[in-house]
Design a protein around this ligand. Sequence first.
Ligand code: GTP
Ligand code: MG
Length: 243
Amino acid sequence: MDRINEKSNGNDAIEQEAGDISQILIALIAGLIILVIFFIYKSRSSSRRHFILTGLCDSGKSVVFTQLLYSKVPETFTSIAENVGTYQAGRLSAPLVDIPGHERVRDKFFDQYKNTTKGVIFLVDSVTIQKDVRDVADFLYTILSDPAISPCSILILCNKQDEEMAKSAQVIKTLLEKEMNTVRKTRTSKLQSVDDSENKVVFLGKEGKDFEFSHLSQNVQFYEGSGKNNDLANLSDWIDRML
Ligand SMILES: Nc1nc2c(ncn2[C@@H]2O[C@H](COP(=O)(O)OP(=O)(O)OP(=O)(O)O)[C@@H](O)[C@H]2O)c(=O)[nH]1
Ligand SMILES: [Mg+2]
C-alpha cells in the first residue's frame, strides 16, 4: 500500500514538474513573441524618419526648406538636385528633404526617399493655383496613390499667403477636390480602354462618391503659410507633433 502511495506521489511530482516546465516554456515563447513584435515595430517606425518637401516648380520648397533650417530667405534657382538637412526642434530632430519640382527629376528623387518618409509636405503656390490646378492635382494624385506613401501623414501647404492674390486654404482644398475627381476619372477610363492589367491605377477615395480628401486612408491637412515671411508656425507644429 505504502509502495503504491509512494509511486503515485512520485507520479504527481513528475506531473507537477512537467506542468512547471511547460508554464515556463509558454512564458518564454510569449516573451520572445513580444520581443520580436517590439523589434519589428521599432525598426518599421524608425526606418521612416524623413519629411519631404514636394510640389510643382516655383511653389517655394527651397525657400521653406531654408527658412525651417536656417531662418533666412535664400536667393533661389530651379533646383536640379535635392537639398537635405536636419530639422531641429529642441532635442528632437528629423531629416528634411527638398525635392526638385522639375518633371524630369522629381520622380527619381521621390522614389529615392519615399520608403523612408514619415511626412509629405506638398507645397502649392496659392497665387497661381487656379491656372495650374490640373498639373497640381495630377502630381498630387500620383503621390497619394503610391503605396509607399500610404503610412505617411500629408500636409498641403498653401504657400505665398503674403501675396494679395493668394487663395485661401479652404478655396484651394475645394479646387483640388474637384480637379482630383477629374484626374481620377481620366486615369481610370484610360486604363479601361487600354486594358493593361500590369499598369495598375489606384482608385483614390470612395467608389461612387465625388473625391474628398477625408475619404483617404492618410491624414491630409491643409495649412496656409508664407516661406518668404517665415510664417511657417503651422508647418513646424505639424512636424514637431510627429518627432
Ligand atoms: N511672395 C512669395 N514668394 C515666394 C514665397 N516662397 C517662395 N517664393 C518665391 O517663389 C519662387 C520660387 O521659390 P523656390 O523656393 O525656388 O521654389 P521651388 O519650389 O524650390 O522650385 P523648384 O526648385 O524649381 O522646384 C522664388 O522667386 C521665391 O522667392 C512666398 O512665401 N511668398
Ligand atoms: Mg527648389
